[in-house]
Design a protein around this ligand. Structure first.
Ligand SMILES: Cc1cc2nc3c(=O)[nH]c(=O)nc-3n(C[C@H](O)[C@H](O)[C@H](O)COP(=O)(O)OP(=O)(O)OC[C@H]3O[C@@H](n4cnc5c(N)ncnc54)[C@H](O)[C@@H]3O)c2cc1C
Ligand code: FES
Length: 258
């Protein structure tokens, strides 16, 4: 897929939990090119004395009517803090669309999208794309506590959702893999993004039941275009760059102890 590098304009920056998360809605002067769910952008962090490399952020949503690209960001260091401080009218330089994206099914089925914390970000656009194809999705969103379950109204537009929190402050208490929906329903395909620990547990659940499963990896990245080799993941095909051959991988490709 053709890659672009361009400036986007911040239309809105909505902060959540006192600035721990932000939803950046970015506008573009031309029609946004095709972006697949699960792909990501590399954002240039300007005016920072500590952040030299671009930061990889998943495409959270593409609002085709408003010609906007949404990024949902958790502040964990200087780069993401700079993103959360963006004001309306600022420009952000992006390289996009990067990575492979989730495989979209060819026929209808029972699809479960499992997100852990900010890992849920790419699943909103995936749910929207599945709906566009006429497929229904179900979302299982997990987090430590209620305040880390975000954008549920948006997820609700594209399917039924279930919640699991570690402290029981919202939904069922426990990890996503403890949630009762996994005991009661038979899914044809699971997509997941979150911590490696969570995705390993989801992959194990899927493998035990013979359910197809794709995970979106968040290996640390630098260039985002396959040049620096810092994002390498060992797979059954040998070492691959997650930024070009991922971030989405079928669990059958992984050498994790599932
Ligand atoms: C393909 C991809 C998609 C991503 N999508 C999103 C997204 O949609 N929203 C979002 O909030 N974040 C996302 N991330 C993670 C995001 O890129 C990092 O949080 C960000 O680069 C941290 O930059 P920083 O300058 O704020 O923190 P830094 O100062 O670089 O790091 C602060 C701390 O976080 C650790 N850290 C940095 N990057 C990662 C990482 N990728 N995984 C685990 N720990 C890390 C560092 O080791 C350090 O301890 C994604 C990462 C990848 C690879
Ligand atoms: S981030 Fe440089 S090769 Fe993947």
């Amino acid at each position: 897929m053709k890659k672009y590098i361009a400036d986007w304009t911040v239309k809105e920056n909505i902060l959540f939990n006192g600035g721990e998360y932000c939803l950046l809605k970015l506008g573009f002067e031309k029609k946004i090119p095709k972006i697949l769910p699960g792909q990501f952008v590399q954002v240039l962090i300007e005016d920072s004395s500590t952040t030299f490399l671009r930061r990889p952020i998943s495409v959270h949503f593409v609002d085709k009517k408003k010609n906007e690209l949404w990024l949902f960001v958790q502040v964990i260091g200087d780069g993401t803090r700079k993103l959360s401080e963006q004001k309306k009218g600022n420009h952000l330089n992006l390289i996009y669309p990067l990575g492979n994206g989730f495989t979209l099914p060819e026929k209808s089925g029972k699809f479960l999208l499992i997100g852990g914390g900010v890992g849920a970000a790419p699943l909103l656009y995936l749910g929207a794309c599945l709906q566009e194809l006429g497929y229904k999705s179900e979302f299982l969103l997990g987090a430590k506590t209620e305040k880390d379950i975000l954008q549920i109204n948006e997820f609700g537009k594209y399917g039924k959702f279930y919640i699991a929190t570690e402290d029981g402050s919202a939904g069922e208490k426990g990890y996503v893999t403890d949630h009762s929906v996994l005991q009661s329903a038979d899914f044809d395909l699971i997509y997941t993004c979150g911590s490696k620990l969570m995705m390993t547990a989801v992959a194990r659940y899927a493998r035990e039941r013979g359910i197809a499963c794709e995970v979106s990896l968040e290996n640390t990245m630098a260039c985002g275009i396959g040049a620096c080799l810092c994002c390498v993941e060992k797979t059954v095909r040998g070492n691959v760059c997650v930024c070009t051959e991922g971030p989405v991988m079928n669990i059958n490709q992984l050498t994790w102890r599932i």
